[in-house]
Design a protein around this ligand. Structure first.
Ligand code: 48N
Length: 317
């Protein structure tokens, strides 16, 4: 039996949060049959890993990394930011358009942005309906509380949507890598559009003041989908850079919290803010001056999906 199926079976056996020993007593026979399907790991004194040479490990990593850099140097879509909006957009694009090459650029070593915890470092994640439909699509269990659902740990959502997206063959995540500028190009009519991103190792981007000329790398793309959030050292990066370069007229500055208004505003306002630049998630609040919503994440998921739909509209033009 495939391990994933076995895990699902165990989850199914332990339906409630009752103490495991009580469940096992209740379902001992069934569980024993199931337990026989798990592989055995004989980790006694006779155990040894297969031998390997250090350079083999280095080549296994570097060969693939640099092949990916070469492959994604020309991407169809670049997603900037792997938080809840960016990862949802990546999953949606990757599953609906498996023919597109999608690069995700994430400044942190750990993707996920603000969605590893629900709010004020509490574990549970609240998602207002109808965004529970997306949780069912990607297979995240939740408790149904009527108007909203609760995921027992935000990391369960983030790790699941990340795993689903990163397992797709047309998606590559470049984490610990920052977008530190945008690429602009004039089309045949002389109209400018965003046509890719300028990148560097995040640690380099954060330390340009220490060395001169730590020049960047580039990725050309037909479209950039930015979901860089409103927090952290690079929050709202692309809209701030576009405003600084005179590409967008003004920044609105995120407004105080209004949960009911903000999630609808963020989803409905998700759009192409400049030719070739679609903005999603909390970064949008920085351009539109939308209210923040606080610790509820359905708006991020649906803004990510809306951004992917907007990107596909542009892409199919
Ligand atoms: O999680 P975030 O910050 O952004 P979103 O929009 O996906 O989700 C926002 C959400 O977590 C909230 O803020 C909740 C709903 N709270 C609202 C409120 O009222 O407080 O993810 C953005 C990601 C992060 O992982 C950053 O590291 C990354 O984008 N990032 C970048 N990656 C590469 N290059 C950059 N220039 C860059 N800037 C940010």
């Amino acid at each position: 039996m495939a391990p994933a199926t076995a895990v699902a079976q165990v989850q199914n056996l332990f339906k409630s949060d009752l103490p495991v020993e009580k469940d096992v007593a209740l379902v001992k026979n069934e569980y024993n049959t199931l337990a026989k399907s798990f592989p055995t790991y004989q980790l006694d004194d006779a155990f040894n890993f297969s031998p390997i040479r250090e350079s083999t490990v280095s080549r296994a990593m570097t060969r693939r990394y640099f092949a990916d850099l070469d492959k994604y140097a020309e991407s169809d879509i670049v997603i900037v930011g792997a938080g809840s909006a960016g990862l949802t957009a990546a999953y949606y694009l990757g599953t609906r358009r498996p023919d597109l090459k999608i690069a995700i650029i994430e400044a942190s070593v750990a993707p996920g942005g603000g969605a590893w915890l629900g709010g004020q470092l509490f574990s549970a994640m609240v998602v207002r309906k109808p965004a529970d439909a997306f949780l069912r699509e990607i297979g995240v269990p939740y408790e149904d509380e009527g108007e909203y659902v609760v995921i027992k740990h935000a990391a369960l959502f983030t790790s699941t949507v990340m795993a689903r997206a990163l397992s797709l063959p047309n998606i590559k995540l470049f984490n610990a890598t920052a977008v530190e500028d945008l690429i602009v190009k004039a089309d045949q009519d002389g109209n400018q559009r965003i046509a890719g991103v300028v990148t560097n190792w995040t640690l380099v981007s954060l330390n340009h003041g220490l060395q001169s000329c730590m020049d960047p790398n580039t990725i050309n793309a037909h479209l950039v989908l930015s979901a860089t959030g409103h927090d952290g050292p690079f929050g709202a990066f692309c809209v701030k850079r576009a405003h600084q370069a005179g590409l967008v007229p003004h920044l609105g500055d995120m407004r105080p919290l209004d949960m009911n208004r903000s999630e609808n505003l963020i989803v409905k306002g998700t759009r192409e803010v400049y030719p070739g630049l679609v903005v999603s998630g909390m970064e949008l609040s920085e351009i539109d001056g939308a209210n923040r919503m606080g610790p509820t994440f359905g708006g991020m998921m649906f803004s990510g999906i809306k951004a992917a739909q907007e990107a596909l509209n542009v892409f199919e033009e």
